[in-house]
Design a protein around this ligand. Structure first.
Ligand SMILES: Nc1ncnc2c1ncn2[C@@H]1O[C@H](COP(=O)(O)OP(=O)(O)OP(=O)(O)O)[C@@H](O)[C@H]1O
Length: 253
């Protein structure tokens, strides 16, 4: 059975997309068959995997709004075993169009069902909001992986995220679990980073991963080359830690 992981945090710029791309690529490099579903209208997971989001044509919008089978939009990537269901700017309309749809929170779950067992991991990259696209992702998922950036107010908004997870469990997806929390953009030279690690560690319900992603310029350069870090700079600290994270995710099964 494929496992569906949603990368969610309504805070912007905490490394959701960076984590989706690089965790996905590292799982694929460990021999797992992985699909990344881009549910963020910004389409950064799509372009970060080397796909031109202005010319790709079909995208996840067609599955959510027009009922197109997911298999019709899936593309291969430069990494063996790693596939992507792309997003284009067209997806921005879905948030509004879904409002009046029947079973509007269930669209993604229905789209994933026929292909769920074709992959060992399905990773969903969410937009920075708790709107209908994120609700669809949480409804379709087995568990939530939360990236937290090591910065001021890192945990601000977390209670809103946890409340949303509780509501989704109650009304839409009773089996939803917290997969874990990954700390990102860690800078060992600052007390602030160390403080954020301690705060997250002190909350066992967040299930902090022991792999911590360092602030690493190579990670921020890789998407403009359309590559995950294991292709762009496999020896970088960022690549090392995302590989460790992938191993931890597999071990937590
Ligand atoms: N470990 C890191 N070191 C350095 N830069 C990073 C790291 N992780 C992410 N970044 C950079 O930080 C920015 C935000 O990351 P990313 O786009 O992954 O966040 P996001 O949570 O998906 O954003 P959004 O909320 O807009 O969807 C990007 O420019 C990315 O390249």
């Amino acid at each position: 059975m494929g496992k569906v992981l949603v990368i969610a945090n309504q805070k912007g710029g905490v490394a959701k997309t960076t984590t989706a791309i690089n965790l996905g690529a590292c799982l694929a490099s460990l021999g797992k068959k992985v699909l990344i579903i881009d549910v963020d209208p910004q389409g950064n997971a799509t372009s970060g995997l080397g796909i031109n989001k202005t010319s790709t044509g079909r995208c996840i919008y067609d599955c959510l709004i027009n009922g197109m089978p997911m298999k019709n939009i899936i593309l291969s990537t430069q990494v063996d075993n790693l596939f992507v269901a792309p997003a284009t700017i067209q997806l921005a309309g879905a948030e509004v169009e879904l409002v009046s749809a029947i079973s509007r929170e269930m669209k993604l779950k229905k789209a994933i069902a026929p292909i769920k067992d074709d992959y060992e991991y399905i990773i969903i990259d969410c937009p920075p909001s708790l709107g209908l696209l994120t609700l669809n992702a949480m409804t379709a998922a087995d568990s939530v992986l939360i990236p937290i950036q090591c910065e001021y107010y890192a945990l601000e908004g977390l209670s809103q995220l946890m409340n949303t997870i509780i509501l989704v469990k109650k009304h839409l997806n009773p089996e939803l679990k917290i997969e874990g929390t990954v700390l990102t953009m860690f800078d060992a030279r600052t007390n602030l980073s160390i403080q954020v690690v301690d705060e997250v560690k002190a909350r066992p319900e967040l299930k902090m991963f022991s792999s911590i992603i360092p602030r690493n310029v190579r990670l921020s350069e890789a998407p403009s080359h359309g590559m995950p870090i294991i292709l762009y700079d496999p020896k970088s600290k960022g690549a090392e830690q995302y590989q460790e994270l992938a191993k931890e995710v597999i071990e937590r099964e």
